[in-house]
Design a protein around this ligand. Structure first.
Ligand SMILES: [Zn+2]
Length: 83
């Protein structure tokens, strides 16, 4: 009976080791790619006062409205199609 127990423990141990090794790699990989992800420049502006620009969320000093995210509008909006 002891042999069976030993085998079960051995199988469990190797399975755990394989699982740990297997699950460890992709996790560290994804965290790496997440860190590498480029940070897009985000600015916050007031919808009423476009001249109010802040690089962090907050409130407009002029009217107290919550600043909204302003993404660099470098890419063109949808192209107009002749129709
Ligand atoms: Zn404002």
């Amino acid at each position: 009976m002891k042999k069976v127990m030993l085998m079960a423990v051995a199988i469990l141990f190797s399975a755990a080791a394989v699982f740990a090794a297997h699950s460890n790699n992709p996790v560290s990989d994804t965290t790496k790619t997440k860190k590498v992800k480029p940070v897009t420049k985000v600015q916050y502006t007031c919808t009423m006062h476009p001249d109010v620009i802040s690089n962090k969320p907050g409130k407009c000093p002029k009217c107290g409205m919550t600043l909204v995210k302003k993404v660099d509008a470098k890419k063109k909006p949808a192209e107009k199609r002749k129709m």
